[in-house]
Design a protein around this ligand. Structure first.
Ligand SMILES: [Zn+2]
Length: 412
């Protein structure tokens, strides 16, 4: 990484780079200080667990003016204002600034957090986060919004999913101040930002040559998370327990309800998908009473899906015959896989009727490659009952596959 990186980043993001707060050490944040040979700052004080059953919406007090500033990362944000701040980190003695944007409302309410680009090549979330925080009016906001638009700054600068050491940051939360680099990075973000949140939306896209219909992934066995997903309007919702080390799992374990929002594919900005994500988050804030409410949806209830993967059985060029979001019928041809050497063509059939929730972009595939995720609609009750059964069941092939290709998670 070039020594000029901090300057380049500051220019790129047009953010001021304030001097480090006194407790952050010369070479960067406390969590990296020991790696850099500096003395370690004291560990944060133990934090009381958040009340397990308090709905987020009860924290909104619409008529109560906010008179206290919001303190984060050694900086103080006045009520009714929006300001960029920075989280200074240091890796291998090279310090850089991770931008954080805070809108502290003129009225009291919860602290909402949005994280994007934990995977550095996932761009749609960065734009969603920008539109959300710069689209609201801090004066009338009830509560506080904290946005970390580019969590994995290393990956982002290289247009890569992982951190520079080839590890998936989203497997290391809540982090470890003495662990490998991504564990230390995760620890810093978790201690200094995430623990301030009353709820968290973590923005992702499909991974490597895959794209997803806008959807929420959430652990519906958790009451507060299930309540949270009901406030995003008519979004597609999939139950997913996630796995150890994922940011949303670590947050939920701390009593902070969290969902993942999947929007489109990596490495490009998709305006329609971005607009959809912005609409869903605005609906959520409106439903909570943090902002005025919006009427974006003809059917404002979430749509729950159970889903399975469709795998390629042959190798060749994949040519899909359906689009994301399309409804398919059992037995319908949804793709062709054409062998470029023999010119033979194999049809891929829909194994059941449903909706295309995720798919591989057209590319060369091998037998066993995951090419579609097809969802079957379920009622909320069916979905939650299934989620509870699933949480008690032995590991299924489907869940093992989820871990391999789920875009929140690590690929082999
Ligand atoms: Zn991701």
């Amino acid at each position: 990484m070039a020594a000029g990186l901090p300057v380049a980043l500051a220019l790129l993001l047009s953010l001021p780079v304030p001097p480090l707060a006194a407790d952050e050490g010369v070479l960067g944040s406390a969590e990296f200080a020991s790696e850099a040979g500096e003395s370690r700052a004291p560990e944060p004080a133990p934090r009381a667990a958040k009340p397990s059953a308090e709905p987020i919406e009860q924290q909104v007090k619409p008529r109560a003016a906010q008179d206290k500033p919001f303190e984060i990362l050694g900086q103080s944000i006045a009520p009714g204002s929006r300001e960029p701040v920075t989280w200074p980190v240091s890796i291998n003695s090279i310090q850089f600034q991770v931008p954080v944007v805070v809108a502290h409302g003129g009225r009291q309410g919860p602290v909402m957090c949005i994280t994007a680009a934990l995977h550095g090549d996932e761009l749609n979330g960065i734009e969603i986060a920008r539109q959300v925080i710069y689209g609201l009016e801090p004066d009338t906001l009830a509560g506080t919004l904290v946005v970390v638009p580019i969590v994995n700054m290393e990956g982002f600068m290289k247009q890569e999913r992982y951190m520079a050491d080839r590890r998936d940051l989203n497997r290391f939360f809540p982090g470890d101040p003495k662990g490998v680099t991504p564990a230390r990075y995760a620890h810093g973000l978790f201690q200094r930002v995430i623990l301030k949140c009353d709820a968290l939306i973590d923005l992702h896209t499909g991974s490597y040559y895959r794209t997803n219909l806008p959807q929420l992934r959430a652990d519906l066995t958790d009451e507060r998370v299930a309540r949270m997903v009901s406030l995003f309007g008519g979004m597609t919702v999939l139950h997913s327990q996630g796995s150890r080390g994922m940011l949303r799992n670590a947050a939920v374990e701390e009593g902070i309800p969290a969902v993942t929002m999947e929007i489109g594919g990596p490495l490009s900005l998709e305006p329609e998908a971005v607009e959809y994500g912005v609409k869903a988050i605005k609906t959520f804030f409106g439903e909570l009473g943090m902002t005025r409410s919006f009427r974006f949806w003809s059917t404002p209830q979430p749509v729950f899906y159970e889903s399975e993967w469709v795998l390629a059985d042959h190798s060749g060029i994949l040519l899909a015959e359906v689009e994301l979001g399309e409804k398919v019928l059992e037995g319908e041809v949804i793709a062709q896989v054409i062998n470029p050497v023999t010119n033979s063509s194999q049809q891929v059939l829909a194994p059941y009727s449903g909706t295309v929730l995720g798919m591989a972009v057209n590319q060369f595939v091998s037998p066993g490659y995951v090419i579609f995720r097809i969802g079957k609609q379920r009622t909320e009750d069916e979905m939650r009952a299934e989620a509870l059964r699933d949480s008690q069941a032995e590991d299924s092939t489907d869940r093992a596959l989820d871990r391999l290709v789920d875009s929140e998670e690590e690929l082999p």
